[in-house]
Design a protein around this ligand. Sequence first.
Ligand code: SAH
Length: 465
Amino acid sequence: MKHFPVFMAVAGRKIVLSGGGEAALAKLRLILKTEARVTVFAQTAAPEIHDWAAAGKLKLVERAMDVGDTICAVMFYAANEDDAEDARVSKIAHAEGALVNIVDNLHDSQFITPAIVDRDPVVVAIGTEGAAPVLARAIKKDVEESLPPTLGTLARIGKSFRTAVEATLPFGVKRRNFWSDYYFNAGPAAVEQGEDAIQPALERLLETHAKADTAKGHVDLVGAGPGDPELLTLKARKALDKADVVIYDQLVSPEILELARREAIMIDAGKKGFGKSMSQKNINKQILDHALDGHHVVRLKSGDPTVFGRLDEELDAIIAAGVSFRVVPGITAASAAVAGIGQSLTKRERNSSVRFLTGHDMQGFADHDWRALSQNGEVAAIYMGKKSARFVQGRLLMHGAAATTPVTIIENASRPNQKIIATTLVDFASTMEDAKLNGPALTLYGLAPRDALDVADQIPNEELA
Ligand code: SAH
């Protein structure tokens, strides 16, 4: 990051701009949103600038800027559309202590002006360090659409209600729940009946929240998907937004952890202390300790929490403690892997069922299951199967599976470093050993990558978009 975003206090302070043409107009449209005292120096100024001056929105001085004109200015814009003149006036402003921005000259500017979404007092600033103005405009459009026009009103009235809330609700979850209820439910509903309805709605809401018993927290058991943050569900996203505590597994990708509420306590349940990850008992204890403190706990598991996720052990403990919970499903590794090779998990006239197996307790797999799996056309997704490849291969061949049965290993499914290795049953174990995979890998037994797909150089998802 070469530019650090800050919000500058400008109310009642002086901002000076030199220039009177298009570039000046573009900057003035933004600056005039503020409560700063704006002075424009221009020998010839566009009619709009004259209008603004007449309306008292800025002071227009109809001459070139000179020494002494930027004394006490916090910011200065050189917008003359003339390099020599911009350089001259910038030098003066700089010497007089103002922060200088030269329009279309990133290199000599001390600050840059972001694209702005204005829901005063909520303001979103978007910057690309000059790299991609098109991108900034696209993001601005998205943000404009996602923030209701009434947000500013809600924030303004909410702000005046802060003291009452602080006097009534204790710091922490209760207060946060109140504000989230206000901004996302009660507030927008009240605003529809007009601005006057907001204050009474706030009072009613505060009363309800003061009475509500949130002493016992809540646990969301959330699927984080296979790694690509875009494969998170909206529910998962919202849960992360609200979390006080996030307890995550080793396979949850860093990009997804980034999405958690900034203040959330992050606990790595996959951390390997003394060569071992946190025990299930300890994980259960962490979940409950935080929940019983009144916190909103997000238990974040890779893929879908209901698939090889030891979900039931955690649920039993949560239910026994009388804590409320919710399970948020996620996209399981098998879905991501099969998408990565352009195939279906089930297909008419090939396989009407699919098995999810774990390489961990293959030993307990009964003979009749191996026999069933060895039939032509069967499909299985094998999780945690790196070490058991040889055992699986042996059993399947022994029970009559064809040596040529396709087997595909997908490492890091859905992630930028996704790797697809296509092989057949007879070479499965040696391929797995030779591949020396470090990332999570899933084996799709009975499926080969679709021919039309050139899997060797697959284009990452985002480049296709
Ligand atoms: N609940 C998870 C599975 C947890 S078990 C889910 O639904 O996906 C962990 C195993 O999942 C890993 O050993 C690996 O076999 C598989 N896995 C998880 N993420 C993966 C990914 N991005 N690519 C390939 N396999 C993955």
